[in-house]
Design a protein around this ligand. Structure first.
Ligand SMILES: [Zn+2]
Ligand SMILES: [Zn+2]
Length: 301
């Protein structure tokens, strides 16, 4: 019996390798390499368009405790996207939640010319676990800002993706929180340090595919320890919105434009929270106020 081999379509970008992935946002059928380059190009575009970094800047990249492997894949994409900018890299790893030695081993063995420092610091697990997704992000960014200030770094890089930022922004409108709303933006300034979200255009699903098929990250599940169930508003809201974005990426991308148009109206007359740099009616926003006990007890080495 002759079994006919199924022929897979060729990648619509390089037209040489087999396509393995269909991008939800554009419908393109890509090979893994072209998907990686396409996301790196999106990162590059955001970095330049929003003037997130300058040549030679030193940065600290947050390894998110809720998604350490995805963050590590995001770091590999970011590192490729800005390789001509001669940045000095460090990675923030929360050692009570993430296996930082393993992170260091992966980074050092897969990034050429690796003078990347892994800054591993303790964190308070209860502070990460019991609050919302926005609290967790602000907590990590606050720790990173502290390290950056102590070591004279220029920028904090947070791997937050297009769908997450859109969800945060819509949640901000829904729960009427200027702070949550302004967290959906690509760049903020805290004490002279830039806090940037270079994955502003990147859909997390694309990076998830790259993570699951990554030769560098294969069988590295032991990096992540506790399972964190963090919601932006609540499980129902988050899941509904996420499935809406998957069915209609146009909505997710058009929310960038829509929210930029609304910005000046919603944020008029607001101050900036002195801890997280988000817009707020008070000196310290409602999220940072809740996080104050967490932040005061962290020792940086
Ligand atoms: Zn290709
Ligand atoms: Zn704040």
């Amino acid at each position: 019996m002759i079994v006919e081999r199924e022929t897979k379509p060729l990648c619509s970008s390089c037209r040489r390798r087999e396509a393995v992935y269909r991008r939800l946002t554009s419908g393109e059928k890509l090979c893994r390499l072209c998907l990686f380059s396409a996301t790196a190009n999106q990162v590059r575009k955001a970095v330049h368009y929003y003037k997130m970094l300058k040549r030679g800047d030193s940065i600290i990249f947050i390894l998110r405790p809720d998604k350490p492997l995805l963050s590590l894949q995001a770091f590999l994409i970011f590192h490729t996207a800005v390789r001509d900018m001669e940045l000095k890299y460090s990675i923030l790893c929360l050692k009570d939640v993430t296996n930082c030695e393993l992170v260091e081993h992966i980074v050092k063995s897969h990034v050429k010319k690796s003078d990347i420092e892994i800054v591993s610091i303790p964190c308070r697990l209860d502070c990460i676990k019991t609050q919302t997704f926005i609290h967790m992000i602000k907590y990590c960014e606050a720790l990173a800002i502290r390290v950056a200030m102590q070591r004279n770094m220029n920028a904090v890089i947070a791997p937050l993706f297009r769908d997450e930022l859109s969800m945060i922004m819509l949640a901000g409108l829904l729960i009427v929180s200027k702070t949550a709303y302004s967290e959906g933006m690509p760049l903020k300034l805290v004490e002279g340090i830039k806090v940037a979200r270079p994955f502003y255009y990147v859909f997390s699903v694309d990076v998830l595919y790259l993570t699951l098929t990554s030769p560098e990250l294969r069988e590295k599940e032991s990096i992540c320890e506790p399972h964190l169930n963090l919601y932006i508003v609540n499980e129902r809201f988050d899941e509904r919105l996420k499935s809406t974005f998957i069915r209609s990426p146009e909505l997710m991308y058009s929310s960038i434009k829509g929210s930029q148009l609304l910005q000046s109206y919603i944020l008029a007359g607001s101050k900036r929270c002195r801890i997280c740099g988000a817009y707020s009616d008070k000196d310290v926003c409602e999220y940072c106020e809740a996080l104050l006990p967490c932040l005061s007890q962290v020792e940086l080495s």
